[in-house]
Design a protein around this ligand. Sequence first.
Ligand SMILES: [Zn+2]
Length: 341
Amino acid sequence: MALGCSSPTSPSRIDAINDLKVSHFVLPSGSWNWVVLHRLLYPHALNHFLNLLVPDFTTGLDRCIWEPDKHGEFSIKSTYTELSKNTWDAKDRRWDLIWRFKIPEHIHYFIWIVMRDRLLTNESGYHMNHTDDPSCHLCGAFTESALHILRDCALTTPLWPSLLQHQHFPDFHILGLVDWILLNIDNCQLLSGTAIPCNIFFSSLIWQIWKHRNSHIFAATTVSNADLLHVSRTWALQFHPSSLIPVSILILSQPSILRWCPAPNGWLTLNTDGSVNTISSYGSAGGLIRDNDESWLTGFNRHLDITTPLQAELWVIHEGLLLACSYLLRDIPLLIVGSIS
Ligand SMILES: [Zn+2]
């Protein structure tokens, strides 16, 4: 990494740097010596040091701790293999559980990160010297851990009765992080009153909790628990389409090519579509009216804020009908209403 000396053209300054050792940049208290660093480096280079662990001279001399690979080269792969050989078991059932059920890849990765306890919480930031306050800024709990965010925070606990309804999980609120995740992603029972497997709903809910918690902290947006549960349940339905459409229909359905067709003479066509961003849950709706020559006559679009795919589709039907009514008032009598889903 080229950090850049603050006075690269000064031979005396370069000599001064060459005479320095790493230990000159570290204070006896164990923190970076910002006075020396500030004197020698550009301000932008100092930011790199915020991400570097301060050398600890009490751990002994530097030494090689892994062998090069079979080609005689050191690599990221050989480093990772060495570091993880005692902590990784590819046949461990927990990794099968994470990756086997059908949810979006970004939620697979999210659960994997949680299972590895690598979520960026105030507790982990405290241990990495990124903050001096490990507490939860939302409820005041002493430590904001991953388990606190997803299960134990005062803002989160009211969400879980919806999952636990009619189920007997006496350990739900006392299990450690890994066991708690495993308990839930291995639970294939159906959510009470729905056709959604509990593990799909659980995955959707913890992702929404994490996402909206970040929005609340960094963008000051607020979503009610009722809306959070509604969004989580709706996305779970999207992840698990067999709960929406009977399997027999899925098997018997024949693929077909759809294309836009102009309306007959004297008719107009209204086409509408609603969409929702899978990451932010922000939705939008749009539509247009064309005549039988395929000419654009008018249209609309609308930002829907946080919503669900079903609500987005209902919005476009509503807005489309309003647009159609405005044309009917202009004595253009006939419309075909079509919605792309
Ligand atoms: Zn909290």
